[in-house]
Write a protein that binds this ligand. Structure first.
Ligand code: UDP
Length: 267
């Protein structure tokens, strides 16, 4: 039994007070939600995989000079992070049309965008995280002009880095969501990358087959979400092949074939 103080429970994570002032422990749950929590479920082992994937991505991002809240992974489901004041904006970066932008603008899923788009959503579950313009952010003082400058330039650098990282393992980075927070040092504060980066908040498509390797498998009842998350971790080199279970080779072909109406491929 843990006597740590719980600070907050979100949809996919629980935050606990960390061992030192200014630190927090992020616990990754297996719970999955979609459509503003209208759909709920569990993806077995998701918390363990997302903890590892997020550690990997945040560590690599810090190597290219992106300041992040990540300190270190503590165990299978927990990581130690710096406590920040979360900026109430979800930053979505899009390379290819998918999800809400298709509905909003009548685009076809999979259409490459003429150039990378950055969108901002107001982080408010009760309002369903509405799309906002930079004018709203300035008008309601959710972030300063300087902070937005830092956020947008970090988002572009993160996208460039992650597109390359995923392309190297045959995955197309379609879109993803970022959150940033303020780290205070006396009166002065700077913006750093916070939250997590995992298949929960990214659209990741297999470069060759187009297979979805992210939370859309859960959102759209495609099945195979556990395997998809594991596949991303495996390709990133975070899982040994035999971590897939005794003698089991990761195979999404049955899901693929169901999607396409063709029989599963023989191994
Ligand atoms: N996203 C997220 N949390 C949210 C909304 C979106 O992580 O509350 C991610 C989502 O996984 C996708 C990207 O941001 O990779 C763009 O999502 P979109 O606006 O298309 O919304 P959705 O189709 O997920 O409702």
């Amino acid at each position: 039994m843990s006597r740590r103080r719980q600070i907050y429970e979100g949809k996919a994570k629980i935050l606990y007070e960390g061992p030192e002032p200014g630190t927090i422990i992020q616990y990754f749950k297996d719970d999955a939600t979609a459509f503003n929590a209208e759909k709920t479920g569990t993806i077995n082992g998701k918390g363990v995989i997302n903890n590892r994937i997020s550690e990997h991505v945040f560590t690599r991002l810090s190597h290219i000079g992106i300041p992040t809240h990540f300190i270190r992974r503590l165990n299978m489901r927990e990581q130690l992070v710096r406590q920040v004041e979360i900026i109430p904006i979800e930053v979505v970066v899009r390379n290819v049309a998918a999800g809400s932008i298709c509905k909003r603008l009548g685009l076809e899923e999979g259409e490459p965008l003429p150039y990378t788009l950055i969108e901002y959503y107001f982080k408010d579950d009760a309002l369903g995280d509405p799309l906002i313009a930079e004018e709203h952010i300035a008008c309601f003082n959710w972030a300063s002009h300087e902070e937005m400058h830092d956020i947008s330039s970090m988002a572009i650098r993160i996208n460039d880095f992650m597109c390359g990282m995923f392309a190297g393992i045959d995955i197309r980075l379609v879109d993803f969501k970022l959150e940033f927070g303020r780290l205070y040092d006396g009166d002065y504060s700077r913006v750093i990358l916070a939250d997590e980066i995992s298949p929960d908040g990214c659209r990741l498509w297999d470069m060759k087959s187009g297979e979805k390797l992210d939370k859309d498998r859960f959102r759209r009842d495609l099945g195979g979400e556990e395997e998809a998350y594991r596949e991303v971790a495996r390709r990133l080199g975070l899982l040994q092949d035999d971590d897939n279970g005794p003698g089991e080779v990761l195979d999404l072909s049955s899901h693929r074939s169901r999607l396409r109406g063709t029989p599963p491929t023989k191994k």
